[in-house]
Design a protein around this ligand. Structure first.
Ligand code: ADP
Ligand code: MG
Length: 679
């Protein structure tokens, strides 16, 4: 094992500075390095006759140099070196910009492999700055499938691939095999050594496919076994069925009729409550789809059945908002509500906790204060976690532990495709609210560049003149290293001083004290500010129906689902609402992503798009669900493989004996490391 865990400094060409660069990419050992997989590949393996080269398509060709390289000094800082090459199909001009040294390396009448892109203009066709190697030398940069790695500033693809290659040579033999032969044989998977070699240096595209297939399976298998482990730590719990399940009075008290999707979710919840087992249900629905009232229906039933219900929200503002609207709805129905948050005074908290402990209240809405040690429930029968992606698994279960196996309902506004949800939240049953209440208008969304800045500022002014308010979201708090990123602090000041001196501009961000942050948000909600400049802290929280415009700076820096959440902050009142995405990014993939948001307001569709374009790692982010992100697997593309791995994992976990076999020891060790109890 010695080499595998050797520092990258072991490698030729890697000194202190480069080792630090690697470390900034999360790579410290040789094992880390060979586990850092290419993002894509270039096909330099196929040799194309010159006559068949296509414009704008990079390709590899083999040719003789048929003229001596000639360098022309065009002007200061611009030297052009030109020469001609030929194979037996055609002649071709090569041009090198500021690469005079090539003249010394390309010899008249010698034969080379080249890799480059044909381009044409009024002067004719040519290949500019091709990579080349003499035919006698082994192919390193040509004649092969070239891995392209995700890079960082200062790291080149050449350095990366050379280092990986060296690392593979040094430690491939020591690589632990996580999938024993028997399992590989059953699912047609190659061994670890072959997989690692071919994911980095594919012998062919078939070999690359096999390598990827194996690594994706491995990743999903580990994930599925890990989830099953988490699940088995909770034992299957039973519970006396609730008797009172008539919702008529509650439904009659509502100022509106439930949508069909809401009715379905409520019926599924009722089914759980009368089943005799503990409910473990996730309600997924887009922003504004009306999840709160579904939770309220369950809380009403809790009160009818003589037990308490608690709803935990991720922010004080959200908790207060829920408490206010739920009190209005529930108290006339005889359900006593209470609020418990950290920012209440000690005396207020004490009083609330007393009411809770003595069961003088039925429905308690709060923040993390609910799980504080001082909070005791008299008889907690239902736990609701709102915006569950903001809580870790641990916090959810801490609340559940305040009762005796209470029913659990979690609400999420980050919709994901059902097939996926079933797998990722394998321990939860799922209800989907895929319908918005009637009369909701879509938010018009526009993607713009800096050239539209003045027009957008005028638009902000117009919205404010009509009595509306505006959010402006920036990706960073302070001025940072990356100057292209808009900082909320600096931008708020600029807007206030230079652009809208006559308007009231407020600022909120995550580094402010919670009390100060909440006070600013409340003041904005009361209409005391026209413009709120913020970081993503406003993603969850304030409900300001008067806000009609959401402007997002450096929109390309956010995930699609996150942008969709942010956009959901407007369009909450009667007035037409808008979302403006600023981006100067010209990357076609990025633009496609952002345009998806302009095309639709449907959160499910957006998450599907997000998933397909970004890969699941970025999409979920370890932070959001407490589970490892996928490195090779793509949940949108590898669903079949995922299903297989899941089936294999299920079988593995139900066997008493398999996990104990020595050949599975490296696998079990890896899984335990990834799914530690505290995650
Ligand atoms: P979310 O799913 O984002 O939590 P909310 O529960 O906050 O959404 O609901 C958004 C708004 O829609 C609230 O003002 C709520 O009163 C309203 N609402 C919920 N259900 C309906 C319905 N069936 N008909 C009309 N309005 C509804
Ligand atoms: Mg909500």
């Amino acid at each position: 094992m010695a080499k595998l865990f050797e520092s990258v400094r072991y490698l030729k060409g890697v000194g202190k500075a480069r080792a630090e660069l690697f470390a900034s990419m999360g790579i410290t050992t040789l094992y880390d390095l060979i586990s850092y997989f290419p993002r894509t590949y270039e096909d330099r393996s196929r040799i194309v006759p010159i006559s068949e080269l296509q414009v704008d398509e990079p390709a590899c060709f083999r040719a003789f140099v048929t003229s001596n390289p000639r360098t022309h000094h065009i002007r200061k800082g611009l030297d052009l070196t030109k020469l001609t090459v030929a194979d037996d199909t055609a002649r071709l001009n090569l041009t090198f910009f500021n690469q005079t040294y090539v003249a010394e390396n390309l010899e008249y009448s010698r034969e080379y492999y080249f890799y480059g892109t044909l381009n044409g203009d009024y002067m004719g066709y040519q290949v500019t700055n091709p990579i080349f190697e003499p035919v006698e030398k082994p192919g390193v940069l040509t004649r092969r499938i070239m891995p392209i790695y995700p890079l960082t500033a200062g790291m080149s693809n050449g350095l990366m691939s050379r280092s990986v290659q060296q690392a593979l040579e040094a430690c491939l033999e020591e690589l632990p095999e996580l999938l024993p032969g028997e399992l590989r044989a059953r699912y047609g998977l190659c061994d670890a050594v072959t997989a690692y070699r071919n994911i980095h240096m594919p012998e062919s595209f078939e070999a690359l496919d096999r390598a990827r297939h194996r690594l994706v399976f491995e990743e999903f298998f580990i994930f599925s076994v890990g989830l099953a482990l988490l699940r088995s730590r909770r034992t299957q719990k039973v519970r006396e069925p609730w008797k009172e399940l008539d919702l008529t009075p509650f439904l009659e008290a509502l100022p509106y009729k439930l949508t069909n999707a809401q009715k379905r979710a409520v019926a599924e919840i009722v089914g759980d409550l009368e089943s005799g087992s503990v409910m473990n249900r996730l309600v997924q629905g887009d922003v504004g789809s009306g999840k709160t009232v579904v939770a309220a229906a369950a809380a009403w039933l809790a009160a009818k059945n003589g037990v308490q219900a608690a709803m935990m929200a991720p922010t004080e503002i959200l908790a207060e908002q829920h408490a206010r609207s739920l009190k209005q709805l529930m108290e006339p129905l005889g359900v006593r509500t209470a609020l418990l948050t950290g920012s209440m005074t000690a005396a207020q908290k004490k009083a609330a906790r007393q009411e809770i402990a003595e069961h003088r209240v039925d429905f308690i809405i709060g923040t993390h204060a609910l799980i504080a040690e001082a909070t005791d429930f008299s008889n907690l029968g239902l736990v609701i976690a709102d915006e569950q992606h903001r809580f870790g698994v641990a916090q959810r279960s801490a609340l559940a532990e305040k009762g005796q196996d209470p029913h659990i309902l979690v609400m999420s506004a980050t919709p994901i495709p059902r097939t996926l949800a079933l797998i990722l939240y394998g321990d939860l049953d799922i209800s989907v609210i895929d319908e918005l209440p009637p009369g909701r208008q879509s938010i018009d969304t526009f993607l713009v560049g800096e050239d539209k800045r003045a027009r957008i500022n005028a638009f902000i002014r117009k919205q404010v003149a009509e009595g509306h308010q505006c959010y402006i979201v920036c990706p960073s708090i302070e001025e940072g290293e990356d100057e292209s990123l808009r900082s909320a602090e600096v931008w708020a000041e600029t807007l206030q001083k230079a652009v809208f001196p006559d308007l009231r501009v407020a600022l909120v961000h995550g580094k402010m004290k919670p009390a100060q942050k909440d006070e600013t948000m409340r003041a904005f909600a009361r209409g005391e500010y026209n413009i709120l400049v913020a970081t993503t802290v406003i993603e969850v929280g304030v409900d300001v129906p008067n806000a009609t415009l959401m402007v997002i700076e450096n929109a390309d820096r956010f995930g699609l689902s996150q942008l969709h959440q942010l956009r959901g902050r407007v369009g909450r009142g009667d007035a037409k609402s808008y979302c403006i995405l600023f981006s100067s990014n010209r990357n076609p993939e990025t633009l496609q992503r952002l345009k998806a948001l302009c095309k639709t307001n449907d959160g499910f569709e957006i998450s599907r798009e997000d998933l397909a374009l970004r890969g699941p790692g970025d999409f979920f982010g370890t932070r959001q669900h407490g589970l490892p992100a996928f490195k090779v697997g793509n949940l949108a593309m590898d669903l079949e493989n995922l299903k297989n791995a899941q089936a294999a994992a299920a079988e593995f976990m139900t066997s008493e004996e398999l996990p104990k076999r020595p050949e599975y020891a490296p696998l079990m060790e890896r899984i335990r490391a990834l799914f530690r109890e505290d995650s």
